[in-house]
Write a protein that binds this ligand. Structure first.
Ligand code: ADP
Ligand code: MG
Length: 706
């Protein structure tokens, strides 16, 4: 009988119940299949042997053949270590172990005078060449030729304590492969990627790719196997997303906004204070097309800070109004909601559009009730708010369009609540100012169509970004004064991170006092998250109206706030912010026609990647470039915003940052196959669709992605 891949791992010879438990708790491996798909993170070429005299301290892993001459213990207490003097017949090198508990075992198992192959990273210690914590194998037990490229598997400390290391995983995996080679299994001969596809894209067969990912004979074999597995992983994700999207498009109909009428036209011709950028025109066209098509629009609008997304949102809403529908706009914070409200009122001027604001701060029956009533009857055309607009007591007469601003603050679940507000779901426009690299967007928001505003309104001068050491307050203050004398305003931002809140508040207070002393003649505002909303708003208002020249704040001002007269953004302790956040903050200035500055203030001692972040900020103003860099630094899992928006799956082998082209190829291929086989009935693709269904059951919750 052939090997069943769903067999519990405990049945693999050499594993047993205890190790099985560790494999499960530490690596999530419970079945043969999981082990097969637990890929090594690297391989090391073990075909070559070195002479000791060839070794230098900057070499990667090497192996040497020889014998142990003698053992010796040195040092005391925590510095105690065991040394084995090892020779290849010509020179001598020290093998060193630092864990005292292992000394006995080592002395017993590694014998003087026996031939070993020793493997590790050469180093210099006390002026002598050594290898610390080497792998030591009897030379007759290792067949170097057949070891070829040796796989290295991630293991945890807990596993190592239980005697399970990379070599153990390697042994288990070898056992499994041998078992399958002799007894067979379905995937040895069976491949769910159709032959035509494999041929076109030059992909190695499934079984070969699995084998070569663990035990390749050559670097080239490893490369081909990796390529196949990465493609496969990305391809099935795209196939799943696109199939889901197409289904939804077929089943869910959208309100048809057939016309563009008075609201839109009168705004466009009489109220618009400037002309639209070409990018703004293009994305409005894209949305008009979506909303007129009978499909439900699900669109992600990306645009760098200051690219004019708010205006695009407003004009899209006017199309909804022209067709007799209402629209709502959700913002992540009250300040931002209020600002949108003010902006909308101001832009719409005397147009007969009723805009209302609903936030947590709008309390009391007398104030809330008319807004809710108007929303219910349809007299309120546009409702702006925070999460409050999602509450159950908010009923719309005919909600046609929901706009979600600065999406990364809104969870998936919250977005889903919108759908439930009406029988026919409203068109949805998600706006984000944290640009997401295309390839990530394709995976993360794969079911959303993407519009990009890739152009800033004319006349903006690029923000000049500079790095200051903390010690240079004097020249920093000179710069601030010079700007204030020109009539400009200045932000000074401090990080506020939960765990160390007290200390951060202290930083902010100290900074505030210091500024007050340095600029006794200026008005200085202070805003932080602990203030009551009304207080915060009042203080913000003062700054917005130019009554105060300097605003000292925590990151509450991060998103969306718009004070065109502000020309300097000072970010204190900039080393503590991520790239995306720094870019967001910087986007608060540079909104007028004047030269603006962003000053990143850091302590003197910077870690290397912090240094890199600061350099990137100083080098570019391009949000997309910054997002790409961020993705490369931190990986998509850590990317700001992506966690909340819910990556519904983990990538196993592919890496969105590095495999961008492959994401595109996977998506194009998936689209082509869905075109070719829309009913999923071609026999050629049957195995592929089955595999997709299995994946969906096991790993991926597609409904989470929208
Ligand atoms: P964001 O994309 O960051 O939300 P906003 O919508 O807040 O950007 O726009 C930033 C500023 O640019 C606002 O003051 C807005 O009035 C202005 N603006 C938007 N579109 C244009 C345009 N086409 N020409 C000139 N200024 C514009
Ligand atoms: Mg905005």
């Amino acid at each position: 009988m052939s090997v069943q891949l769903d067999t519990p791992i405990t049945y693999l010879p050499g594993v047993g119940p205890q190790r099985a438990q560790v494999l499960e708790s530490e690596l999530g491996i419970t079945t043969f299949r999981h082990l097969l798909y637990y890929f090594p993170y690297k391989h090391i070429d073990r075909t070559r042997l070195y002479y000791i005299h060839e070794l230098t301290a900057d070499m990667p892993f090497v192996q040497v053949r020889g014998e142990i001459l003698s053992f010796e213990e040195e040092g005391h207490g925590r510095k105690r270590h065991l040394i084995a003097h090892f020779t290849d017949g010509q020179s001598i090198i020290d093998l060193i172990w630092f864990q005292a508990t292992t000394f006995k075992w080592i002395r017993k198992n590694y014998q003087v005078g026996k031939l070993y192959i020793v493997f590790g990273r050469p180093n210099v210690f006390n002026g002598r060449m050594n290898i610390a914590h080497p792998d030591v194998d009897p030379a007759d037990a290792l067949q170097l030729g057949s070891m070829g490229m040796q796989p290295y598997y991630n293991t945890s400390d807990k596993m190592k304590k239980r005697g399970l290391n990379s070599r153990s995983i390697e042994r288990f995996t070898r056992t499994l492969f041998e078992k399958i080679e002799s007894e067979g299994t379905d995937i040895r001969t069976h491949d769910y990627l159709p032959p035509s596809l494999r041929q076109q894209l030059v992909l190695v067969p499934l079984w070969q790719s699995l084998h070569d990912l663990h035990f390749p004979d050559t670097a080239d074999a490893l490369r081909k196997a990796t390529y196949r597995q990465k493609f496969e992983e990305l391809f099935f994700i795209q196939l799943g997303i696109l199939r889901f999207t197409r289904q939804r498009q077929q089943q869910v109909h959208g309100h048809v906004f057939a016309r563009v009428g008075d609201f839109f036209n009168s705004f466009f011709h009489h109220h618009l204070p400037f002309s639209l950028t070409n990018a703004q025109k293009r994305v409005i066209r894209e949305m008009r097309h979506d909303m007129g098509s009978g499909k439900q629009m699900n669109r992600l609008l990306q645009g760098d800070v200051g690219s004019g997304k708010t205006l695009v949102a407003l004009m899209t809403m006017l199309i909804a109004l022209d067709n007799g529908y209402q629209a709502c706009l959700m913002a992540p914070t009250e300040i931002l909601a209020e600002q949108h409200y003010d902006t909308f009122r101001q832009m719409l001027g005397d147009m007969p559009v009723r805009v209302e604001l609903l936030t947590g701060a709008v309390k009391g029956k007398r104030r809330r009730e008319p807004i809710l009533e108007g929303t219910r009857t349809g007299e309120v055309h546009i409702l702006i708010g925070t999460h409050a607009v999602l509450e159950d007591n908010v009923e719309f007469h005919r909600l046609g369009l929901a706009v979600i601003d600065e999406q990364h603050r809104f969870g998936v679940a919250q977005r889903a609540r919108l759908w439930r507000k009406n029988e026919i779901p409203p068109h949805v426009l998600v706006m984000t100012a944290t640009p997401i690299p295309r390839t990530l967007a394709m995976t993360l928001y794969g079911d959303l169509d993407v519009s990009i505003i890739d152009e800033l309104p004319p006349g903006r001068k690029p923000i000049e970004t500079r790095h200051f050491w903390q010690e240079r307050t004097e020249s920093l203050y000179r710069g601030i004064r010079a700007e204030v004398q020109k009539g400009r305003q200045v932000y000074v931002v401090y990080p506020l991170i939960k765990e160390s809140e007290k200390m951060d508040m202290q930083d902010l207070e100290n900074g505030f006092e210091e500024l007050c002393r340095a600029f006794p003649d200026l008005q200085i505002s202070k805003i932080h998250g602990k203030m009551r909303p009304a207080e915060k708003d009042a203080e913000m208002e003062r700054f917005v109206h130019g009554e105060t020249q300097i605003l000292v704040a925590t990151t509450v001002i991060e998103v969306g706030v718009n004070v065109p007269n502000a020309s300097v953004m000072v970010i204190q302790n900039a080393e503590r912010f991520g790239l995306a956040q720094l870019h967001q903050l910087r986007g608060r200035v540079g909104r007028g026609a004047d030269q603006s500055y962003c000053i990143l203030v850091t302590k003197y001692n910077l870690a290397q990647d912090t240094r890199k972040r600061i350099d990137i900020m100083c080098d570019t103003n391009d949000g997309f470039e910054i997002a790409e860099a961020d993705l490369k630094f931190r990986g998509p899992g850590d990317l700001e915003g992506t966690q909340q928006s819910g990556m519904a799956f983990d990538l196993h082998i592919a890496n969105i940052a590095r495999d961008g082209q492959l994401v595109q190829l996977a998506r194009d291929t998936a689209n082509r196959i869905l075109d070719e086989d829309p009913t999923q009935s071609l026999p050629e693709y049957a195995a592929m669709w089955t595999h997709l269904r299995e994946l969906n059951q096991n790993d991926i919750d597609w409904s989470n992605i929208s």
